[in-house]
Design a protein around this ligand. Structure first.
Ligand code: ADP
Ligand code: TPW
Ligand code: MG
Length: 576
């Protein structure tokens, strides 16, 4: 043995301790973008058998990690370089935290001594301080023997309680630090029970059951926390035993199939305005639910709270009363809360009366018949509805496929038109309504599901935020079919600048050939002007598993400003 190899046999280094810690905790995939100081780390991780998915921009690597967290329930891992790479990843970290998705953003950083004295290091930035307010927890490791603990703390912080984003700062020097192999092995930490069950208090459960029993018009609202909790069977049992109608929030669609007889999505405005007891399951009463106030909830004015009483199942004890009073908070993980509720209601629960369920059924029928007529219209250029009718059919045929969805009108129409049948298969713009999650989420869905088909339905504007990642999709040959809803712009393609100089801020180059982007990297690019052409293209893409981009030509006059949230524009408030 040469002295070099002897040293290798008896020592380990920061690079390998990071890899070993991740592997020991069952983490086998890294989403990343290389550069100093993490290039060698990524090479070594790959050499040690980890899957390393390398992106073209850190935001998309970060979004992929966040989606991986939601899909698997384990923290998704993203590695970035210092300062600019870190900042590019930060949006994804903050978005993951906002959405309650577990992810860890690991960023290499410059030399502490130089950063702290502001002496101008390569990519100098005090990253830990910047990350802290934007995530659930932030840690820095300075010594190789602390890597095991650092990663254990990051994992626990990401997945326990309310999940979220965690920042882990690894200065460049750490990677090259050597310690004895034995000390290294002893320093690793295998996290036991990273997301422990949290059992609700029995009195909270009985309070909730009593309130539910008193209801004439009960409603369950399932949120993405319920989808994340993987309590699918407990939730189904509860819903079916109680007979209470339910509304899924967008990323909870498919937790029970959208075609379930108790699904009230097609009578959404009716049930929200009418319900007297509402049980929130892993859903916050934020803007997406009009803060529990106003006309949506049957109240007379915008600021007036609903008369409905709330039961709220959530792991975060501070969530109740965030917007309106919650009469029966049930704090715990949704699996444990649902199991306790199921035990408490037994099998003899009196189902809601026909007056309530019948009124819902009637409205559902009416709205679904109307929708079927619009979907069947065969227009060219396509309407949002005629194009989405095709996507709807595909998801019915392939309930195992993932649907990624972003845009304004493209999002709003797809959310109500495209039924989901399986839990955690719909990934969208989430709590912020953020654009740019498309390709990152699509990559994660394909990678984490080990090759299930992914259909990414993106507005042309939304797609632009992450469009370069089609190269990543082609490079890893992922079964992703991107459908760009091309209406020549943000919301519509018809805005004009009244001064007639340069174009209006919301419009793009007319008739852009998005399909050529995919062709540039060896994928399949198709233009679809009719529902038939769109169907043929999606069918082929899903059957072949080949990276595909369909440029779906949508009527540029069809969309509305901001989709269904026009009222949030300041000018709309001024008119009120
Ligand atoms: P949606 O946007 O679908 O309405 P939100 O993201 O607003 O959903 O709400 C998700 C809620 O779910 C958060 O308040 C979060 O604390 C909660 N949550 C997440 N995971 C769990 C879990 N395992 N058990 C209980 N609550 C959870
Ligand atoms: C990170 C603001 C909301 S929706 C949207 C923007 C720019 C694009 C809508 O156009 P698109 O959809 O995608 O073509 P369609 O079908 O209505 O034409 N920056 C970020 N996030 C958000 N939400 C915006 C800007 C926005
Ligand atoms: Mg558009």
């Amino acid at each position: 043995m040469t002295s070099d190899t002897t040293e290798q046999a008896t020592t380990t280094d920061g690079f390998h301790l990071v890899i070993d810690s991740l592997k020991l905790n069952g983490i086998d995939t890294i989403y990343a973008l290389p550069g100093i100081p993490i290039t060698d780390f990524l090479r070594m991780a790959q050499a040690e058998g980890m899957k390393v998915i390398s992106f073209r921009h850190e935001q998309h690597a970060g979004n992929a990690a966040a989606a991986a967290g939601f899909i698997t329930g384990r923290p998704g891992i993203c590695f970035t370089v210092s300062a600019p790479g870190f900042l590019n990843g930060l949006t994804a970290l903050a978005n993951a935290t906002t959405n309650c998705f577990p992810m860890i953003l690991v960023s290499g950083s410059s030399e502490r001594e130089i950063v702290d004295l502001q002496q101008g290091d390569y990519e100098e930035m005090d990253q830990l301080a910047i990350a802290k307010p934007l995530c659930k927890a932030a840690f820095r490791v300075l010594h190789a023997e602390d890597i095991g603990v650092g990663i254990a703390r990051a994992i626990r912080a990401a997945v326990s309680g309310r999940p979220g984003g965690v920042y882990l700062d690894l200065p460049a020097k750490l990677f090259a630090q050597s310690i004895s192999r034995q000390a290294g092995e002893q320093s690793l930490v295998k996290v036991v029970d990273p997301a422990p069950r949290q059992i609700p208090a029995p009195e909270a459960v009985s309070r909730a059951v009593e309130l539910l029993k008193s209801a004439k018009k009960p409603l369950v609202i399932l949120g993405k926390g319920a989808a994340y909790a993987r309590a699918d069977e407990e939730i189904r049992t509860f819903v079916e035993r109680t007979g209470v109608p339910y509304l899924p929030m967008s990323m909870a669609k498919g937790l029970l199939a959208d075609t379930h007889p108790q699904c009230a999505s097609a009578a959404r405005s009716f049930v929200l305005a009418e319900a007297d007891v509402v049980m929130l399951v892993g859903a916050r009463l934020n803007w997406l639910l009009s803060h529990g106030k106003g006309k949506t909830w049957g109240a007379a004015s915008a600021k007036e709270p609903t008369k409905a009483k709330f039961i709220q199942l959530d792991i975060s004890p501070t969530e109740a009363d965030s917007n309106v009073a919650v009469a029966a908070p049930v704090i715990g993980d949704i699996g444990s809360c649902m199991a306790a509720l199921n035990a408490a209601i037994g099998t003899g629960f009196a189902k809601p009366g026909a007056e309530w369920t019948g009124a819902i059924a009637e409205r559902k029928d009416r709205n679904l018949t109307k929708m079927a007529e619009t979907l069947a219209k065969n227009s060219s250029p396509m309407s949002f509805q005629s194009a989405l009718g095709i996507v709807r059919e595909k998801m019915r045929e392939r309930p195992d496929a993932y649907l990624v969805n972003e845009g304004a009108n493209t999002l709003d129409f797809a959310r109500s038109i495209v039924d989901m049948y399986e839990p955690r298969k719909r990934l969208d713009v989430g709590t912020w309504g953020i654009m740019g999650i498309g390709m990152g989420y699509a990559v994660a869905a394909a990678v984490e599901s080990k090759g299930k088909p992914v259909v990414a339905v993106c507005g042309d504007s939304a797609f632009g935020f992450s469009g370069m990642e089609v190269e990543t999709i082609c490079r890893y040959n992922l079964p992703v079919c991107v459908v760009v809803f091309n209406n020549n712009g943000i919301y519509r393609g018809t805005d004009v600048n009244p001064r007639g100089t340069e174009v209006a801020p919301t419009v793009f180059v007319k008739d852009a050939k998005y399909e050529l982007l995919m062709q540039a990297f060896g994928g399949h690019g198709v233009r679809a002007e009719t529902p038939q052409e769109l169907k043929a293209a999606i069918d082929e893409a899903v059957a072949s598993g080949r990276p595909t981009l369909v440029n779906a030509i949508i009527d540029e006059t069809a969309g509305t400003e901001s989709g269904r949230i026009t009222n949030l524009n300041p000018a709309a408030a001024k008119k009120k």
